[in-house]
Design a protein around this ligand. Structure first.
Ligand SMILES: NC(=O)c1ccc[n+]([C@@H]2O[C@H](COP(=O)([O-])OP(=O)(O)OC[C@H]3O[C@@H](n4cnc5c(N)ncnc54)[C@H](O)[C@@H]3O)[C@@H](O)[C@H]2O)c1
Length: 452
């Protein structure tokens, strides 16, 4: 058997998510991958990662993101990994494909209709393909639900009810960072929920056709704080001000936050610890959707970003019964005497069904008509995103094997996940239901075919 030569990689956007790929290339997958170049608009963050490269790994060539095309050619880059903020994905992907590299892009694919067209045109022009990394598909609990449905255990799917809770630690964080600006993240319907919409498309193997959305900023933001009588706030979390509280994130308290963001503010002025009750936040924190699918099923979906616990509940109704997946990712956000956040998964004992070492709990129950409920075992997993990250990296760096679950997502899957958010955002603006076909995004958005 011949061992393939390592592929040459470049990374664009070396913030926190990039760490996963840097670790994979310089660690578990170093026999298959070589990091030859990296770029960021903030040179300090490149320096941070440079200082932490494992011994023996040569320093990658540093470049400005605007020079991607030149660097791909000069450094003979095979694949470009895009981990920049969401609004920049489409242009970076198109540039990479146009100069003959493959691309790997973090979710979400893009934040706008224009971004989808840019990518579809680049794929059409170049014939090149790329990977979008939907890590949630790989977590065993989500794979188990896909298996249940694909096996026909609950019959033909008729409807889905899906509720996602982000807590006052993780959920609040979207309101401190670039994510709070809809023009960069597309809002949580794009940035966060594209994970969830991809899961549903994949679970039920169907294509979304129409979306009605309602929602708003009802908890975070200055207006809501004022209405609830919250007074003066510190302008950032990294402060000794007596005004700091449970929503203040002190970047000094964590080595990675300090090194990646606080120490690098002098280059671009970006503050990672803005106040969640600031004026000017343009994303929603409560969202409700009704989504129709091509084969006739519908979904009710909701997202809340200030829940006391974090996780999700999904029920899938079918012609032969029903499947229920209930996941507690974090049982509670609690505070110590200094108002620092402490997490305690056992604070919701009613929801914690696993007494073992896992920090959270999960259960998948299938109940067929006229039969007792049956708990479906979920294999244990370790690591980020319910164990999804590690398996995803194996597919990305070592190639996709024969997978009956079809977990590796195609770029069409990326489009079909993001169109629910795009149609949802349009529905929020117009107050009307929006047909996906009316977004005019071509067959990638509307057909069930998948293309690599
Ligand atoms: N799949 C997942 O579960 C998951 C988890 C976290 C983040 N992500 C995705 O990863 C991406 C990065 O998120 P993050 O949390 O690392 O954010 P981050 O803010 O930590 O990092 C983003 C980096 O991009 C740089 N940057 C800004 N503008 C740029 C540009 N025009 N060109 C190149 N670089 C630019 C920033 O300086 C920063 O270093 C986002 O698309 C996000 O949606 C995915």
């Amino acid at each position: 058997m011949t061992i393939p030569a390592p592929l040459r990689y470049a990374i664009v956007g070396t913030g926190s998510r990039a760490q996963l790929y840097i670790d994979a290339i310089t660690g578990a997958h170093r026999d298959r991958a070589l990091l030859v170049a990296w770029a960021d608009t903030n040179p300090g963050r490149l320096g941070y990662h440079h200082d932490r490269l494992p011994e023996g790994i040569p320093a990658p060539h540093r470049f400005d993101p605007g020079d991607l095309a030149t660097v791909v050619a000069e450094q003979h880059v095979d694949r470009v990994i895009v981990t920049a903020p969401d609004a920049f994905h489409a242009q970076l992907v198109a540039t990479a494909l146009d100069v003959g590299a493959d691309a790997i892009v973090e979710k979400p694919l893009t934040t706008t209709e224009e971004g989808v067209r840019t990518i579809a045109d680049a794929v059409g022009r170049t014939g090149r393909n790329f990977t979008i990394t939907f890590n949630y598909r790989y977590s065993p609990r989500n794979s188990a639900l896909r298996e249940v449905i694909a096996r026909g255990d609950i019959g033909e799917v008729t409807s889905v009810h899906f509720e996602w809770m982000l807590d006052t630690a993780h959920g609040a964080d979207y309101f401190r960072r670039w994510h709070r600006d809809k023009s960069i993240s597309g809002g949580l319907l794009i940035h966060k929920a594209s994970h969830h919409f991809d899961l549903v498309n994949w679970w039920i193997d169907d294509v979304p056709t129409r979306v009605f959305a309602s929602g708003g900023l009802r908890f975070y933001g200055r207006e809501n704080a004022t209405a609830r009588g919250i007074g003066e706030r510190p302008d950032r979390g990294t402060t000794d001000s007596p005004l700091r509280d449970a929503f203040s994130l002190d970047l000094r308290a964590d080595d990675q936050l300090r090194g990646l963001y606080l120490d690098q503010e002098r280059y671009d002025g970006y503050r990672r610890d803005q106040d969640v009750f600031d004026p000017g936040i343009t994303i929603e924190d409560n969202l409700s959707l009704v989504v129709d699918y091509a084969r006739g099923a519908s979904m009710s979906y909701s997202l809340n970003a200030h829940s006391p616990w974090e996780g999700y509940m999904v029920s899938v109704n079918g012609t032969r019964g029903r499947a229920e997946l209930r996941v507690v990712e974090r049982g509670a956000v609690l505070l110590d005497e200094q108002h620092r956040v402490v997490v305690d998964p056992s604070a919701r004992p009613d929801l914690v069904i696993d007494e073992g070492s896992r920090p959270a709990s999960e259960s998948l129950v299938v109940q067929r008509h006229f039969a007792a409920a049956e708990e479906i075992p979920i294999p244990a997993a370790e690591g980020g995103h319910g164990g999804g990250d590690a398996v995803l990296l194996r597919d990305v760096f070592r190639g996709v094997g024969d997978d009956p679950l079809h977990r590796a997502a195609t770029w069409h899957d990326g489009v079909r996940a993001v169109v629910v958010g795009l149609a949802g955002n349009r529905s929020l603006r117009t107050g009307q239901a929006v047909r996906v076909a009316d977004l005019d995004l071509g067959t990638a958005a509307t057909s069930a075919e998948s293309e690599r």
